[in-house]
Design a protein around this ligand. Structure first.
Ligand SMILES: [Zn+2]
Length: 264
């Protein structure tokens, strides 16, 4: 898999003596979680994994060189059963995913580290990460953090419709890949599909509503795309990448400064 993580920030490039020399209280370890799953006819299975690495790599490059932040190797497989039935989707169960995070948290804690952030770029993992961030805090007293996607970056130039419902293989994800790995984007194979309309709010919506219905992609998006990739450009992708990396770097900096112990 390609990587944009700076070599000096790659935890797995260290040897154990170098790890042993890291300051335990201040070092922040980042555990990336993503997915290998269908992304329509035009994007690769690794899209969420590539975007995770891309955004995290650019964020790490923005931190001061002496900031003790290291990226752990990613958990490539996620809970992707919403995309089951599309060839190529490789999903793990909720219990397997949580067990992997629990065991990695145990390893990090047994080495004496105190700060761990789970950085996730796959929506199907989100609920599990919220659970595990708290469980790792409770079981190991790790100061755990959850960080998602583009950390609240605004994506200037997106329509309200795409901003709300372009969340899988749509304009943003396609633009990120056009800016960085255009050889992995099949521009001749775009399909467009929205699963809800921001101008026609329904009582029951698939996402982002007080009342939701559980959805499977094959029920609501035949091509696997939820969003519209057609307006995607490399220029927007590069700009949004920089904006997201800036937000992510600010979040990582806040985690470095966050108190280890509860306020007294
Ligand atoms: Zn995706």
């Amino acid at each position: 898999m390609k990587t944009w993580i700076p070599d000096a920030r790659n935890f797995a490039y260290l040897n154990w003596k170098q790890v042993d020399a890291l300051p335990r209280e201040s070092t922040l370890l980042v555990l990336p979680t993503a997915a290998i799953e269908q992304h329509g006819h035009h994007l690769p299975l690794a899209t969420d994994t590539l975007i995770n690495n891309l955004l995290l790599g650019h964020a790490l490059a923005k931190l001061p060189t002496n900031a003790p932040v290291y990226a752990l190797p990613p958990v490539h497989y996620g809970k992707s059963n919403e995309h089951i039935g599309f060839p190529g989707t490789l999903s793990v169960s909720a219990s397997t995913f949580m067990a992997v995070l629990r065991d990695l948290g145990a390893s990090v804690s047994s080495a004496g580290f105190k700060r761990l952030v789970i950085y996730n770029t796959h929506g199907g993992n989100t609920a599990l990460i919220d659970v595990m961030a708290r469980d790792l805090r409770a079981e190991f007293k790790l100061r755990t953090f959850a960080l998602h996607g583009s950390a609240g970056a605004k994506f200037d130039g997106l329509t309200a419709q795409e901003r709300a419902y372009g969340f899988h293989a749509g304009e943003v994800e396609t633009s990120y890949l056009l800016a960085t790995v255009p050889e992995l984007v099949d521009k001749s194979a775009y399909t467009s599909n929205y699963i809800a309309d921001v101008n026609k709010p329904e009582l029951l919506a698939p996402e982002f509503a007080p009342a939701t219905f559980a959805w499977l992609t094959r029920d609501i998006a035949a091509s696997g795309v939820m969003g519209d990739p057609r307006p995607a450009t490399a220029e927007n992708g590069a700009r949004w990448l920089d904006q997201a990396a800036t937000k992510l770097a600010a979040a990582l900096d806040a985690m470095l400064r966050f108190p280890l112990s509860p306020a007294s």
